[in-house]
Design a protein around this ligand. Structure first.
Ligand code: SAM
Length: 209
């Protein structure tokens, strides 16, 4: 981490290291980890996939007490480095794999996950100037804010176990509705929770109860 100024933050009981190369962990997103941990208690065995993991804190806090393996994916090498560091610090090194790359390429054909967590950038490009301290790559969701979210949705459609669940974070309930209208229809939103900083949707296969 040569040249970077690191900081640490408590996130769901974990000490998370981050620096200016990644998005500063947002305290409200611990709610996504807690929701994931609740769902995991009822979901079939298998590893958790986190898309757009950044420094890894949302996925790490979700699995910390669940005894599950975690696969994190991010295209930013600095995020990958920090996620590995944070997994080690949490005592989860053996359970956590961090893959560097674009979403669709980093998840292999035939892999299925009972829980997928996704935290894509969701700010519309025209509004990213409002957040000068955030790395552009971490917040820029394209003209409608949904470019990377669409990639996440495609990965979830292809790699979610039949009876699995996904928790996808976006900026608002309206964005969730817009995204779902762009999907294939194989997933539906069972519930959307609003928080001060954004929204989290619980997705499942449309043909499930
Ligand atoms: C909103 S940040 C979320 C980071 C972390 N989960 C958090 O909440 O702090 C989005 C992350 O997605 C990554 N990212 C953006 N586009 C991506 C893509 N096409 N494939 C993989 N990762 C991507 C960025 O590097 C960034 O770490």
């Amino acid at each position: 981490m040569t040249g970077s100024t690191t900081a640490t933050m408590d996130f769901g009981g974990l000490s998370i290291t981050y620096d200016e190369r990644v998005l500063r962990p947002r305290p409200w997103t611990v709610a996504q980890s807690r929701w994931a941990a609740e769902l995991l208690a009822e979901l079939p065995d298998g590893p958790v996939l986190e898309l757009c993991s950044g420094a890894g804190q949302i996925g790490l806090a979700a699995v910390a007490r669940a005894g599950r393996d975690l696969v994190c994916v991010d295209l930013n090498p600095a995020a990958v480095e920090l996620a590995r560091l944070n997994a080690e610090a949490a005592g989860l090194r053996r359970r956590v794999t961090v893959r560097e790359g674009r979403l669709a390429e980093a998840v292999r054909e035939g892999e299925h996950f009972p829980l997928v967590i996704a935290d894509p950038p969701w700010v519309e490009t025209s509004r990213t100037g409002r957040y000068p301290e955030d790395p552009l790559e971490a917040i820029d969701g394209g003209h409608d804010g949904l470019t990377v979210a669409c990639e996440c949705l495609a990965v979830i459609e292809a790699h979610l176990s039949d009876d699995g669940a996904a928790l996808l974070q976006l900026g608002s309930v309206d964005q969730v509705a817009a995204l779902m209208s762009l999907g294939s229809g194989s997933l539906r939103a069972l519930e959307v929770r609003r928080y001060d900083g954004g929204a989290v949707a619980h997705l499942a296969r449309s043909d499930r109860d």
